[in-house]
Design a protein around this ligand. Structure first.
Ligand code: DC
Length: 225
């Protein structure tokens, strides 16, 4: 039986605009927001703090169970606490994304995070952002979106974002990292990155954020018509 609590899933590769679009859509709907990538990143940060060997799956699984992650809405935005320490800045680093992607390929890690993600489904509704929200975590979602954009466009957006934050990286390096991460996320055997059969595909290349937000909102039944 499907849950009466509505969920909108927004999946897609990194840099497709999921984070920005999901946050805006959640705020327009007045719904909760789940940044599932932040959970994988939080485990990555905890693993780095503990100096764990990334080729030791058993240690990483233990670390997943042992890591407390707390999302705190503050005036300056959403803060993420890992084992009680504010790790918001560290969470967004490219290096953390790479560690998270490696950790996310371990089936037991994904299983350990499943219920934690489902616990975000609370009234009046949830916007869930990730890679497998529509396929694995919320297969009975009210509406499913798969956002894409060309790798080139995604690298440009990421480059702009990082430059604005004063982080200096080369465009070519970013493009290489994005392509490598896409390949890893799409090829892993458990929950590979792919659209749910009933997801609506939106290619955001050349679209403004507002245009994407409007297209996504039009898919939520309560707002249609
Ligand atoms: O969306 P993000 O860049 O914050 O995600 C970081 C990594 O976590 C990404 O490379 C793949 C993994 N991830 C995942 O496997 N499943 C999710 N639902 C979200 C993220």
């Amino acid at each position: 039986m499907s849950s009466p609590i509505p969920v909108l899933t927004i999946d897609g590769p990194s840099g497709a605009g999921k984070g920005t679009v999901s946050r805006l859509v959640a705020s327009r709907l007045g719904w909760h927001y789940l940044d599932s990538g932040a959970l994988y990143r939080a485990v990555g940060v905890a693993a780095s703090w503990a100096d764990l060997d990334l080729s030791d799956p058993a240690a990483l699984v233990r670390c997943t169970f042992d890591t407390a992650v707390e999302f705190r809405e503050q005036a300056d935005g959403l803060r993420v606490l890992v084992n009680g320490t504010d790790a918001t800045g560290e969470l967004r680093l490219e290096t953390t994304g790479t560690v998270a992607s490696a950790i996310a390929a371990i089936p037991e890690v994904r299983a350990a995070l499943k219920e934690r993600q489902r616990a975000f489904r609370r009234l009046p509704g949830l916007v869930a952002d990730g890679r497998d929200m529509g396929t694995v975590i919320f297969p009975d979602a009210t509406a499913k979106v798969f956002l894409t954009a060309s790798a080139d466009e995604r690298a440009h957006r990421r480059h702009k974002q990082l430059s604005e934050k004063g982080v200096s990286v080369t465009f070519d390096g970013l493009l290489r990292e994005i392509l490598a991460r896409d390949a890893r996320d799409a090829q892993r055997t458990v929950a590979p990155l792919k659209p749910a059969e009933d997801a609506v595909l939106i290619d955001t290349t050349g679209l403004s954020i507002d245009q994407v937000v409007e297209r996504v909102l039009a898919l939520v039944p309560a707002r249609a018509g």
